[in-house]
Design a protein around this ligand. Structure first.
Ligand code: SF4
Length: 180
């Protein structure tokens, strides 16, 4: 099931995934979907069972480079296709249940740009370096469930939410939001 191409309008920001560089971050949009591929994919569901983790809908990570984690089945084609390493397996940085990645901080895991680098099929492709995208669209067509939407014009949603998010956190006392 493809990512909802209108997710910034049909979903709300439910979290913010920070990069350890203290500058970049991407938003997480929810709610997630319980009827997309990863809910029924045997490899994904078996991986959750082996870990004794409960499978729950996860939502969309990223805004300009957005991955629907409920569609993502840890294929890894995007990780190999991207020429500038926008993506990484989320569990290489934080090996925790995916739902806890709604508000997490991750570092660059630069050696892990191989589809076989997934911890298991409960891993997800994380657009941790969304700000590095060069809009080549290579990731979009290689994803089997079409879980990825790349749209430079969604920067508008990212920037709008950045202001709102910081204001709601700070009640007006925070420094200006980052633009990336
Ligand atoms: S559009 Fe190209 S540069 Fe951007 S995330 Fe996809 S593969 Fe990487």
């Amino acid at each position: 099931m493809p990512i909802d191409s209108d997710f910034p309008k049909n979903h709300k920001v439910v979290g913010r995934h920070d990069h350890v560089d203290d500058e970049h971050f991407h938003f997480v949009w929810g709610p997630g979907r319980s009827d997309a591929e990863s809910a029924t994919n045997a490899e994904v569901q078996n991986a959750y069972k082996k870990r004794n983790e409960t499978y729950v809908p996860l939502g969309v990570h990223g805004t300009m480079v957005a991955v629907d984690w409920d569609s993502c089945v840890a294929d890894g084609a995007c990780i190999e296709a991207c020429p500038v390493q926008v993506f990484q397996w989320y569990r290489t940085a934080n090996d925790i249940p995916a739902i806890e990645m709604v508000n997490a901080t991750s570092g660059d895991e630069g050696e892990n740009h191989d589809r076989e680098g997934r911890k298991d099929y409960s891993d997800k492709s994380d657009p941790i370096r969304e700000h590095d995208c060069i809009w080549c669209m290579a990731c979009v067509s290689v994803c089997p469930p079409l879980a990825i939407k790349v749209d430079q014009s969604n920067l508008e949603f990212h920037e709008r939410e950045s202001r709102t998010y910081n204001e709601s956190l700070s009640k007006g006392s925070a420094p200006p939001p980052h633009s990336h």
